[in-house]
Design a protein around this ligand. Structure first.
Ligand SMILES: Nc1ncnc2c1ncn2[C@@H]1O[C@H](COP(=O)(O)OP(=O)(O)O)[C@@H](O)[C@H]1O
Ligand SMILES: [Mg+2]
Length: 347
């Protein structure tokens, strides 16, 4: 997706989404604390952040479901507060809670949706079939949606949000709770979607998902944007390589972390579950690796694995916030890999 050809440089594309200083609080919680963002037509913006970061609140405001306390946003050329009806005609939304009606068949779900768009019965039927085919649900079209797998329900949900051919689409955590295979299937579906010029704002807790799908990423934490850029720009901001050391014995973690910190003069990140110590080593990749090996050997610490790699988005988030997307501040980073593999709990 990131490699789709972009407009000629210097040509100004219209923004499909534009938000200025959006604020929303619930009691003492600042769910959105001054958000500015814009998305050019036909692009995918990934909004990446942990639970409670404010992603759904943002989506609700942009899709007219909630009003902001202050600030302004324009979606598909209309003001979300003053022209909510026009905005609704232009957008599609797949929220965290599914809109699928379990007792109805896949086909019926989509036909009902099409009727809501005032399509004549015949058009509604053919539109439903076309979408079922596109989302690989044709074989299951006459089965009640309650018999669908999680991945199939998500695809049906997504199909339903496309019945009205929206120009701007919002997907709130489209793969949370899906197994790894269904997630990849969903990614393919999403990639194909945007080829047709649809603008997409996608929220996710998964770093690899943002990496895979988004043209540009904004990183959310506690109602604020803490970073934005392309995946490559964000990774570059970490500055250089990351050294990973996996120890054989948990009791060695503290010592390894001390050794690496001395070597890199920065703080290490320890995962007790994976027995891994990670540390940024800047541009000194291979020499840092050699030095670490020598020192650990001298101390007779046995190492299960040692490697140098380019930073991941995971490293970016960790560096920016001091905690990973999976957890609150101050806890260990051990859940990160799990989160990336898509085994996080439904939220
Ligand atoms: N309707 C609501 N009433 C009270 N608090 C809310 C409501 N919606 C969201 N919040 C709070 O606002 C913050 C952001 O929530 P949300 O936008 O759902 O985050 P995310 O989607 O990133 O998990 C959280 O602290 C959440 O508890
Ligand atoms: Mg949410």
């Amino acid at each position: 997706m990131k490699n789709r050809s972009h407009s000629l440089s210097g040509v100004h594309l219209k923004n499909a989404i534009e938000a200025t200083d959006l604020r929303k609080s619930y009691g003492t919680v600042n769910a959105l604390d001054g958000i500015d963002l814009s998305v050019e037509e036909g692009k995918i913006l990934g909004v990446l952040g942990p639970n409670g970061a404010g992603k759904t609140t943002l989506v609700k405001i942009l899709t007219t479901l909630t009003r902001p306390d202050s600030g302004r946003c324009i979606v598909a050329g209309y003001d979300v507060v003053a022209q909510a009806r026009q905005v609704r005609e232009k957008i599609g939304l797949t929220g965290q809670a599914t809109a699928v009606q379990e007792e109805l068949t896949g086909a019926e779900n989509l036909e009902i949706m099409a009727r809501l768009y005032h399509m004549p019965k015949r058009t509604a039927k053919s539109r439903a079939l076309e979408l079922l085919d596109r989302f690989d649900l044709l074989d299951a079209k006459d089965r009640a949606a309650k018999t669908y797998s999680g991945g199939m329900k998500r695809r049906l949900d997504l199909a339903a949000s496309l019945v009205g051919s929206p120009s701007v689409l919002f997907l709130d955590e489209p793969t949370t709770g899906l197994d790894p295979r269904a997630r990849i299937g969903m990614w393919k579906v999403i990639e194909n979607l945007v080829g047709g010029g649809t603008t997409l704002l996608l929220t996710t807790q998964y770093l690899d998902e943002a990496d895979e799908l988004a043209d540009e990423i904004i990183v959310f934490d506690k109602g604020k944007i803490i970073a934005k850029g392309t995946s490559d720009e964000l990774k570059r901001s970490v500055g250089g390589d990351v050294l990973n050391v996996q120890v054989a014995e948990e009791e060695d973690l503290a010592e390894v972390s001390r050794v690496l910190e001395t070597l890199a003069s920065t703080s290490a990140n320890v995962s007790n579950e994976e027995l891994i110590v990670r540390i940024g080593v800047g541009s000194r990749g291979s020499s840092a690796l050699a030095e670490a090996l020598r020192e650990l050997d001298r101390l007779e610490i046995s190492v299960a694995d040692i490697s140098i790699r380019r930073p991941s988005l995971d490293d970016v988030f960790l560096q920016l916030t001091g905690h990973s997307t999976a957890e609150g501040p101050g806890t260990s980073s051990s859940k990160r890999t799990k989160l990336k593999r898509g085994e996080a709990n439904e939220s």
